[in-house]
Design a protein around this ligand. Structure first.
Ligand SMILES: Cc1cc2nc3c(=O)[nH]c(=O)nc-3n(C[C@H](O)[C@H](O)[C@H](O)COP(=O)(O)OP(=O)(O)OC[C@H]3O[C@@H](n4cnc5c(N)ncnc54)[C@H](O)[C@@H]3O)c2cc1C
Length: 414
């Protein structure tokens, strides 16, 4: 008989298991895959942005949108600083990038994070059952009594569902947590793939594959309506664009089947009129130059031909001959390089899943189910998601720890 069975050995599940065991509970992690933490290993392209430097809990949870306040207690009791201290105290050195994102300092990145978590679990006595997809949580007289794996039943007092969402299903998270939770009376908010790449068949982007743009502003226009803006970096891929700015804009709700366009603003800090005035002055001072040589001073060389192609302005025009209309066109394109006919990646390419187990029946003070005693949730399986920048993993650490401590306490009393 186990006190606690954690279903899913990802970031949230391992944190929950380690803390439950530290509190004295007899804990088993049932993991569907041959090994734990597959998604963790690919996080941050193998570097794993474990958290960030945002210290104010209110500000931190506001990044999760309207559901963020649910996280307040979990994050406040295991903050971004606590997470850094947790990993540092276990020998994992960390480094801060762009003054904000926290990564492991060593070459091994994600693998080091997983090693620390596994050691934390093992040193506190957690047992593991790999290659074991849980198919049911069994209840008798209103209490959890066991879980089912194939034809096997394993007895327990409490369960933490930490099966993740539906994204990158090859890592093991393919939506089982929703089925398990729904069978126990929980409502599931329709899952959506978010933080996904964008695709476009526009010819001009094909030659830009691999080119990165830093600190741009992206605008999403769906069905002719401006939906959202996101600031950050962007990279051109073989099929479109990807990177933090693209990911973050896909968290907004919009009709993915509508005519979608993305506009890339290369100068987010300047109004179009300011840029236009600068171009006017540059053309006046350098009136003998070809206009393409002036634009080359403003945007990276690989983009220059496309600024002309998209604006319809003649690149070899002498600056002294640049008309106001042409100058306005150049400024407009530099403030909004258009990608048309944009489509978006699905669950197979989603960094996170929005939607999931509704928070309405989960107690944010303990991560316990309000529907069934002894049932707890942790991590991405819940209806909660945030932009890139270490927010999603911090949510997993905080909810995992809280679920672990709470379920151990519950199991002790039962
Ligand atoms: C490419 C990529 C990069 C990312 N980079 C970052 C980053 O740098 N920073 C950041 O904050 N976030 C990042 N994320 C998001 C972050 O990795 C996830 O939000 C987080 O790992 C989710 O953890 P989890 O424990 O909730 O779920 P998961 O990590 O998905 O773990 C769930 C586990 O449950 C197991 N499981 C599922 N069903 C069953 C079942 N029936 N029985 C037993 N086990 C089951 C799965 O096999 C899996 O091991 C990234 C995600 C991706 C895909």
């Amino acid at each position: 008989m186990y006190d606690v069975i954690v279903i899913g050995g990802g970031a949230a599940g391992l944190m929950a298991a380690g803390f439950a065991a530290k509190e004295g509970a007899k804990v088993l992690v049932a993991e569907k895959m041959v090994t734990c933490g597959r998604k963790l290993l690919i996080s941050g392209s193998g570097r794993c942005n474990i958290t960030n430097t945002l210290k104010d809990t209110k500000q931190f949870v506001s990044k999760f949108g309207k559901n963020g306040k649910f996280l307040y207690q979990a994050v406040n009791s295991f903050t971004t600083s606590d997470v850094v201290t947790f990993f540092n105290s276990k020998g994992l050195k960390t480094t801060v990038e762009k003054g904000f994102k926290v990564f492991p300092a060593g070459e091994a990145g994600s693998a080091d994070v997983l090693r620390v978590l596994m050691n934390f679990c093992v040193s506190n006595g957690v047992e593991f059952l790999p290659s074991s997809p849980v198919t049911a949580v069994n209840v008798s007289d209103g209490h959890i009594v066991s879980i089912t794996i194939g034809s096997r039943e394993i007895k327990c007092r409490a369960v933490v569902i930490a099966c993740g969402g539906k994204s990158y299903p090859a890592t093991g998270s393919s939506g089982d947590g929703y089925t398990l939770a729904a069978a126990l009376g929980h409502t599931i908010v329709e899952p959506r793939p978010v933080l996904v790449p964008a695709y476009s068949d526009d010819e001009w982007i094909k030659e830009l594959r691999g080119v990165s743009l830093r600190d741009i502003r992206l605008t999403l226009v769906s069905g002719g309506k401006k939906i959202a803006e996101a600031d950050g970096d962007l990279v051109f891929t073989d099929r479109g664009v990807s990177g933090p700015a693209v990911y973050d804009i896909t968290r907004y709700e919009f009709d993915r089947r509508a005519e979608n366009r993305l506009l890339i603003d290369l100068f987010p800090a300047k109004r179009v009129e300011e840029l236009d005035a600068e171009l006017e002055q540059a053309a006046r001072i350098n009136n003998k130059k070809q206009i393409k040589n002036i634009i080359d001073e403003y945007v990276m060389s690989s983009l220059v031909p496309f600024v002309f192609q998209l604006s319809g302005v003649d690149a070899v025009l002498k600056a002294s001959n640049l008309s106001k209309k042409d100058r306005n066109r150049l400024a407009a394109v530099m403030k909004g390089l258009p990608l048309t006919g944009v489509t978006f990646g699905g669950f197979e390419r989603a960094v996170v899943t929005a939607g999931g187990v509704s928070l309405k029946k989960i107690d944010g003070r303990t991560m316990s189910s309000v529907v069934l005693e002894g049932l707890y949730f942790a991590g991405e399986v819940m209806d909660i998601d945030a932009p890139t920048g270490g927010y999603n993993l911090q949510m997993c650490w905080s909810t995992g720890r809280l679920a672990g401590i709470s379920c151990a306490e519950y199991a002790k009393k039962r």
